[in-house]
Design a protein around this ligand. Structure first.
Ligand SMILES: *Cc1c(COP(=O)(O)O)cnc(C)c1O
Length: 474
């Protein structure tokens, strides 16, 4: 492909992209494909000869597109959203074009300094403590891994970095039973061992019980263990439960534990002053993560990781081989030392485009709108005799089930709701996912897509009710 062809195809692609955004809600949200359907259409080896772009693009439309799940659709209400927006997509085009690898200041000074500034903006927008410094990571999973490594090294005075785990198998980590699975994965990767992760029981609203946390810490101390870190969640993945940060933070101060706050999804709601009660106690935290790539209209991947002690982070992860030394090292940030991989994408550009395009008020308006849409539906579900909410709705995630009055057997209800979710997915009109809460099969609905409106919520709720009704008349 030469530059002329690139220009020609690029113009066409931009039209295709704009059409897609316009039409996406008419696509079936979930594709109607079986495992291997796509694989079988792809040749087993790469082509030998040069290929014509028009042909490649035709295959994209005919083979790839029919196998896509449309996260961009306002009918996508499963998991947590992976939102994007026009300014973010435009920035990604530029990022790909510049193709900079932003591992150190020298490898792109503007990328480093834009990241520094936009993370400062974010810290202020979310009213995080002044002492926090931010860095963009790929995901919350890797941000939390960095936090656990910091905790590990702080507790052992950098002994594990130096000597490995040999003498240090006593370290323990705490989270709630509702904590995201990435914490367990990170505990394994960081070498603590899964057996040394304590999952603290939750209360009726699925939030960690601080008394139980203290009991577990004391037990471990009595058994000669070294309690090291607590991961508190603001907005659990199951039901957006909010762990009591104040009480947990106090315990961390009393017992000298590292406190990491996982607000991967719900952190975005801290843009709203009326939601900042969730962060009450943040002054005790050593680190905090939230993902603009979930609810803040910034393409995957963009995870905002904040730490209180940047020296601890850099001392934990820093490396300085001869070939990476630069004359400015003493005066600049080299973000390669702030995370796991050496190479880094230029992610700050899309965040900056988003923050400038929407502005604080623009972001707040949409987030408030999403929460209001969810809370209206919460009321409708509450009033419906055959549906039951299974968790509080502090934000925009609804956890509910179908519970017709003549069925009370828990196992039957679980099966019924599993069938209901399956029918919803098959419809292609709506995409929801599930979890279990107190052993109950729970349908989850998240109203947080960039372009979701009242009419999408109404359509979804009508569909759920009618599919449910059909399930019991059969
Ligand atoms: C989504 C989520 C994660 C994982 O996020 P990634 O960026 O995909 O790693 C972690 N914690 C919570 C609470 C989440 O909702």
């Amino acid at each position: 492909m030469d530059n002329n062809e690139f220009r020609k195809h690029a113009h066409k692609l931009v039209d295709w992209m704009a059409d897609y955004f316009e039409e996406v809600e008419d696509y079936p949200v979930k594709p109607n494909v079986q495992p291997s359907d796509i694989l079988e259409q792809l040749p087993e080896s790469a082509p030998k000869k040069q290929g014509d772009f028009q042909k490649i693009f035709k295959d994209f439309e005919e083979i790839i597109m029919p196998g896509m799940t449309h996260w961009e659709s306002p009918n996508f209400m499963g998991y947590f959203p992976a939102n994007k927006s026009y300014p973010s997509v435009l920035a990604e085009m530029l990022t790909a074009t510049l193709g900079a690898q932003c591992m150190s200041w020298l490898t792109s000074p503007a990328a480093t300094e834009l990241e520094e500034r936009s993370m400062e903006w974010l810290r202020k927008l979310l009213a995080l403590p002044n002492s926090f410094t931010g860095v963009i990571q790929s995901t919350a999973s890797t941000s939390t891994l960095c936090a656990l490594l910091m905790a590990r090294e702080r507790t052992t005075d950098f002994d594990i970095n130096e000597n490995g785990f040999m003498e240090n198998e006593r370290l323990t980590v705490y989270c709630s039973s509702e904590t995201h699975s990435s914490i367990e994965k990170d505990v394994k990767i960081a070498g603590f061992g899964r057996k040394n992760l304590r999952k603290i029981p939750v209360d009726d609203e699925f939030a960690m019980q601080p008394e139980k946390l203290e009991k577990a810490i004391q037990e471990d101390l009595q058994n000669g263990r070294k309690p090291t870190a607590v991961v508190a969640t603001i907005g659990t993945t199951g039901s957006t439960a909010i762990d009591p940060l104040k009480e947990i933070g106090k315990l961390c101060s009393d017992y000298d534990l590292f406190l990491h706050v996982d607000a991967a999804y719900a952190g975005t709601a801290l843009l709203l002053p009326e939601m900042r009660w969730m962060n009450n106690g943040i002054e005790h935290a050593d680190s905090f993560v939230f993902n603009p790539h979930k609810w803040m209209f910034t393409n995957f991947d963009c995870s905002a990781f904040f730490v209180r002690d940047e020296d601890l982070l850099v001392q934990t992860l820093g490396i300085m081989p001869e070939y990476l030394k630069t004359p400015e090292d003493q005066r600049v940030k080299n973000y390669r030392d702030w995370g796991i991989p050496l190479g880094r994408r230029f992610r700050a550009l899309k965040l900056w485009f988003v923050l400038r395009s929407f502005g604080r008020e623009g972001l707040q308006k949409i987030i408030r709108h999403h929460i209001a849409l969810a809370q209206n539906l919460e009321e409708e579900i509450n009033q419906h005799p055959d549906f039951e909410l299974l968790a509080p709705v502090p934000l925009n995630t609804l956890c509910f089930r179908f519970q017709p009055s003549h069925i009370s057997d828990e196992q039957k209800l679980n099966e019924l709701n599993k069938r209901l979710l399956n029918q919803i997915q098959q419809s292609g009109e709506l995409f929801l996912t599930h979890t279990t809460l107190k052993d109950k099969y729970t349908i989850r609905m998240v109203i947080g897509n960039t372009n979701v409106e009242q009419r999408h919520v109404e359509k979804a709720w009508n569909l759920i009710q009618s599919l449910a009704a059909k399930l019991i008349t059969r």
